[in-house]
Design a protein around this ligand. Structure first.
Ligand SMILES: [Zn+2]
Length: 133
């Protein structure tokens, strides 16, 4: 049910699950509701739009991510209410100088090189957010 999250993301689509018991939306999809723990879920396509809640620029790479710094990691509140972690498609120095909290964003997927710690053949797709206002 959830295996297509990353392939959908590469097509600019964001998949989540909606709880049939409490209406909570969970994204990325999980097998249980983030709010009530129910397994009574349905797969839904989300708008992929939301706003920046918080972010930080990363200048020192975690092991295996050497070629990717600097980058900006953000928490985004989707219009449907779920919070998701992704990367913000902005220059890290710009992110440090400007206040981007509350900015409207939309999602897309970006595939990164599979680094040394990933099992063979596993794709590494990251939710990216571009600022739209
Ligand atoms: Zn629930």
């Amino acid at each position: 049910m959830f295996k297509d999250f990353f392939s959908a993301l590469m097509e600019g689509k964001l998949i989540g699950v909606k709880c049939k018991d409490c209406e909570e939306i969970t994204c990325p999809p999980k097998s249980t509701c983030n709010n009530c723990g129910s397994r009574n879920l349905e797969r839904i396509e989300l708008s992929g739009k939301g706003k920046v809640v918080s972010y930080t620029a990363t200048y020192v790479a975690p092991l295996g991510y050497d070629g990717e710094v600097p980058y900006v990691v953000a928490i985004v509140e989707l219009d449907e209410g779920a919070w998701i972690v992704g990367r913000l498609d902005v220059d890290a120095e710009k992110a440090d100088k400007e206040d981007l909290i509350g900015k409207r964003v939309e999602v897309y997927g970006k595939e990164f090189p599979t680094e040394q710690f990933y099992p063979d053949k596993q794709r590494r797709v990251v939710p990216m957010f571009r600022i739209v206002e």
